[in-house]
Design a protein around this ligand. Structure first.
Ligand SMILES: Cc1ncc(COP(=O)(O)O)c(C=O)c1O
Length: 398
């Protein structure tokens, strides 16, 4: 699907055609995204929100149009609910730092055993600095959340549930609507880490009924250094600012400073207005294909890959959830994933090895790391076939 739109896919590595299967780490960029970025620097570059001059107005329009593109893409009610950040990590840090100011010692936040470090450590910082308690939903051997244990974690001090939509290691699609509904039944807010779902399935914040949702531009064919924190307007209005500086203020004086309205109150400093335009180009690109079409295609490709990988003797899958997206983690015999990853790289295959920023999850499975293949909309069945042959070839070397 649409391979020719991605110039990097024509590259060779170690003299072999590139087979890029590290899309959970970052995705490649279609030409329209590259053109949008170059177009900003070539034709409209100027600081946004700060000038009456023509270029500044063009740059400001590009940035604010991009905000509306994001709003429509995730079906937010208002553009005031779209905060631009550097990525998922900054989105969660913003949320934890701001929301955390309203928490008191003994208040609780629920996360899960399958979280990326960026949805663990910001809450742990609140544990250290404000005496809150982080509670952890355990997972089953198949790599699914233990929903009964989740229900039992709530008490009168639970303030926030922050759970990943799709696991970057297991590929598990969590029952996120149910998770959010249960959080609300207990009077807690719900944040969704959509870093791994945003590029692979339709994400609708009103349908999910989440209070917050985070994602990174670079994981959905957009540039690095741009991300989004969605926040329900009525909740965002109650939160204190995150960073201080330009853009986020109303009036500054030594007697006291007032703050800007949403969303600018949470966007101190010159924003990444080139990144936002690049992100909007990426969202327009996937929207033109259709997120349903992408999901269907990748789901079929993932099922095919799992079935083909299963033909390798000595393979152990880490994560076998009933509902999963295009991420497959595995180990072969007792070969160290790093060794396997290095050898397979020499055959042109880009796979991820290691703990994938999910060390507690590795501990849960009693392993140090995995080999991970993750798909994007441009991967093909032929690439899966080539991967299986390459893995079998490398396996024989040990
Ligand atoms: C589930 C999940 N959450 C958060 C992140 C952090 O994203 P970023 O590094 O773009 O901030 C990642 C990145 O891999 C991820 O997979």
């Amino acid at each position: 699907m649409k391979r020719e739109d991605f110039p990097i896919l024509a590259e060779k590595v170690h003299g072999k055609p590139l087979v890029y299967l590290d899309n959970a780490a970052t995705t490649q960029k279609p030409q329209c995204v590259i053109d949008a970025i170059v177009g900003c620097y070539t034709h409209t570059n100027s600081n946004v929100h700060r000038g009456v001059h023509h270029l500044s107005q063009l740059a400001t329009k590009g940035h604010e149009d991009a905000r509306r593109t994001v709003q429509h893409f995730i079906h937010a009610k208002s553009e005031r609910e779209i905060l631009f950040t550097r990525g998922t990590t900054e989105s969660i840090n913003l949320l934890a730092a701001s929301f955390g100011q309203q928490l008191e010692a003994g208040d609780e936040v629920i996360i899960s055993e399958m979280e990326h470090h960026s949805n663990i450590v910001p809450w742990q910082l609140l544990e250290m600095n404000r005496g809150i308690k982080v509670r952890v939903v355990p997972i089953t051997d198949r790599g699914e959340l233990d929903m009964e244990a989740y229900r039992n974690l709530f008490n009168s001090r639970t303030r926030m549930v922050s759970i990943v939509h799709v696991s970057n290691v297991l590929g598990t699609i969590n029952p996120i609507k149910e998770i959010i509904a249960i959080a609300h039944q207990h009077g807690a807010y719900a944040h969704v880490d959509a870093a791994q779902s945003i590029a692979h399935l339709p994400v609708d914040v009103q349908d999910l009924d989440c209070d917050f949702l985070s994602f990174s531009g670079h994981k959905i064919y957009g540039p690095t250094g741009i991300g989004v924190l969605y926040g329900r307007e009525s909740v965002l209005e109650t939160l204190p600012p995150y960073q201080g500086g330009g853009e986020m203020i109303g009036q500054v004086s030594f007697e006291g400073t007032t703050f800007n309205e949403l969303p600018y109150r949470f966007e101190a400093g010159t924003p990444n207005y080139v990144g936002s335009v690049g992100l909007a180009a990426a969202l327009d690109y996937v929207s033109a294909i259709g997120m349903d079409t992408i999901q269907q295609y990748e789901h079929e490709l993932t099922c095919y890959a799992v079935a083909q990988l299963a033909t390798i003797s000595g393979i152990r899958f880490i994560g076998e959830a009933a509902h999963r997206e295009g991420v497959i983690s595995f180990l072969i015999d007792d070969i160290h994933p790093f060794d396997m990853g290095t050898l397979i790289d020499h055959l042109g295959f880009a796979l991820r090895t290691g703990h994938h920023c999910a060390q507690p999850l590795m501990k849960r499975f009693g392993i140090e790391g995995t080999l991970r293949a993750s798909f994007g909309l441009y991967n093909t069945h032929d690439e899966v076939d080539a991967l299986i042959l390459a893995l079998k070839r490398v396996q024989k070397m040990f």
